[in-house]
Design a protein around this ligand. Structure first.
Ligand SMILES: [Zn+2]
Length: 134
């Protein structure tokens, strides 16, 4: 278990995840891939957590093409942002959790479980304003 990664997951309280440049600003240091990856993080409901990240509504889709992941070549949409109205994350974050051992922030996990892994059909665009990284 990677203590540093788990500490980040426990202490990260922002409603967004996957905006690596913004995260670096908040933390005051660059974010490396190792700062989030821990292959020993295998919650029993990991597949359901990932499905939630994938099935939630798009908060914003930019007009840019998908790009291959630098690690595995699978497509990542660099301007796709997903949200359930309370949390906001990037397609890259979902990809990294799914394929590269990224650990979701604990409060994301709690929120998704409390929603029984069921994303909303729609989100209130007004509610998104407070979710974007400032
Ligand atoms: Zn990948």
């Amino acid at each position: 278990m990677n203590e540093r990664v788990r500490r980040f997951a426990a202490e990260w309280v922002r409603p967004w995840f996957g905006f690596w440049d913004k995260e670096a600003e908040v933390l005051g240091h660059p974010v490396a891939i190792e700062d989030h990856a821990d292959p020993t993080w295998q919650p029993p409901d990991k597949a359901s957590l990932i499905e939630y990240l994938r099935a939630s509504p798009a908060a914003l889709v930019g007009q840019v093409e998908e790009q291959p992941c630098r690690r595995c070549g699978r497509p990542i949409h660099p301007a796709l942002y997903l949200s359930d109205g309370d949390l906001l994350w990037t397609d890259s974050a979902a990809h990294l959790v799914e394929h590269h051992d990224f650990v979701l922030p604990d409060h994301f996990v709690r929120a998704i479980r409390s929603r029984h892994y069921t994303p909303p059909e729609d989100i209130d665009p007004g509610a998104l304003d407070r979710l974007w990284p400032q």
